[in-house]
Ligand binder design. Structure first.
Ligand code: GLU
Ligand code: MG
Length: 439
């Protein structure tokens, strides 16, 4: 980043001042998502925004080795008190937060102090994958499904904040103002919501958004989660996005929908060979991708058969028990069903696109689909059943390691192992308890 670029950013942010001020914005939250899936933040008052746009805001690289519970490990390539990075707000995604009056938000890119992109920046990894795909002549569209539960405040246990049945309209009547306020806030933030519904588990809801460019989809996932959190708090409730809120129950998923495009053509409609190759690449690398998309100990409490979590290393058309669910029709896409919301959405985008591109490069073809519940068949392989297995699969997956770069890949593995070591004696209920309100 040279001084002309910095001047340009300063001027652009300065031009935004009056509009933000008129909307009563006091401060701008600059967020990034760490390797454990936690959205971290530094904020600047409105008057400091132009400076932040040009020069960034300081943040230690130690965040790369934070665990989800704020424990800090020493990684092979990160950790310790030395060094500093700069958080640069993406002005194109600046959003006034309807769910948090007085605040605006922008996703941040992490740069070195001299302005060069930081090699282990997760959003940077997603951008690099998108750029590589563009070089091959393709674009991806993506969207994350967000599932969450609402609980009563004042307790770390989960006490559902509504009683109505699964998919029952009762829940939306009980929480009528909440649901309307949430949809209104998202609309005011220019989020194109496709659908909201009460989900299966107690107090559970789900919301999906329109497909968009892949980095934008990861930004949207962050913004939707933080909006749900904020609106829930304003309605006196707590939101949990944990993969397993209560042991034995149905979890929260964070399914990724992705489609591959050449120009205006969605290659998943009528399954062009490139869409099949891309999907076959994702399938081939799905065990290693679990360390990215199912990155927590709690992920493996969720990733079990017969819970619609997609626990099998297989695909099927409209099959909700395979890791990959193929969706046909005009909006055809590949749904990665096994992922959950402890994942960093930027890492998810980078990993899935990297795997898909490997499938394209090798012109892979999909194996036969699984057309029934895989639990009824012999020999359909499971995805990793523990975080330990997932990290091993990840580390031996040369495509994924190359996608992230050796340093970021090693740091991701270090963070996973840190979590494994710290909770090696914890029970499933203990893991659910410590994870419940973190992400
Ligand atoms: N809650 C399920 C999960 O853990 C998903 C249910 C659905 O198919 O939407 O992923
Ligand atoms: Mg669902």
């Amino acid at each position: 980043m040279d001084s002309a670029e910095r001047d340009q950013l300063f001027d652009r942010a300065t031009e935004l001042f009056d509009g933000l001020n008129a909307r009563d914005v006091a401060a701008i939250a600059l967020t990034w998502v760490d390797n454990s899936g936690i959205t971290r933040v530094k904020s600047v008052p409105l008057r400091r925004f132009a400076h932040a746009a040009a020069w960034g805001v300081g943040a230690s690289p130690v965040f790369d080795v934070f665990l989800f519970d704020d424990w800090i490990i020493t990684g092979r390539h990160a950790g310790g008190p030395v060094g500093d990075l700069r958080l640069h707000p993406d002005l194109d995604r600046l959003t006034v937060l309807a769910g948090q009056p007085g605040w605006a938000w922008a996703p941040a890119d992490r740069h070195e102090q001299d302005g060069t992109p930081y090699a282990m920046d997760q959003r940077g990894a997603a951008k690099r994958a998108v750029a590589r795909l563009a070089e091959l002549g393709f674009a991806a569209k993506a969207g994350f499904e967000i599932e969450w539960v609402v609980g009563r405040p004042g307790t770390d246990d989960f006490v559902p904040a509504c009683q109505g049945p699964a998919y029952g309209h009762t829940r939306q009547v009980e929480l009528s103002d909440y649901c309307a306020d949430l949809l209104r806030a998202l609309d005011q933030q220019d989020i194109a919501v496709l659908q909201l519904h009460p989900e299966y588990a107690a107090g559970q809801f789900e919301l999906s958004t329109e497909p968009e460019d892949a980095v934008g989809a990861a930004d949207t996932a962050v913004l939707v989660k933080e909006t749900i959190r904020a609106v829930s708090a304003r309605h006196g409730m707590r939101a949990s996005f944990s993969p397993k809120v209560v042991v034995g129950g149905v979890g929260n998923g964070g399914h990724l929908h992705v489609s591959l495009w050449r120009g205006e053509t969605n290659l998943f409609v009528d399954m062009a060979p490139e869409a099949s190759a891309f999907s076959a690449g994702v399938l081939a690398h799905l065990p290693g991708l679990c360390a990215i998309g199912c990155p927590s100990l709690a992920s493996y409490l969720r990733l079990v058969p017969s819970h619609w979590a997609g626990a099998y290393s297989a695909w099927g058309t409209e099959n909700r028990e395979t890791g990959l669910r193929m969706i046909e029709g005009p909006g055809a896409n590949l749904e990665v069903k096994c992922f959950d919301l402890t994942a960093n959405p930027y890492l998810v985008i980078a990993g899935v696109l990297g795997a898909g591109m490997a499938g394209l490069a090798e012109s892979l073809t999909l194996p036969d689909p699984v057309t029934v519940d895989p639990v009824t068949l012999e020999g359909v392989p499971r995805l990793p059943t523990t975080l330990v297995d997932a990290v091993e699969e990840f580390e031996k997956d040369a495509v994924l390691v190359e996608t992230f770069g050796a340093e970021l890949a090693a740091t991701i593995a270090d963070v996973r192992r840190g979590e494994i070591e710290r909770y090696k004696d914890a029970s499933p209920q203990g893991i659910a308890n410590v994870t419940r309100w973190r992400h």
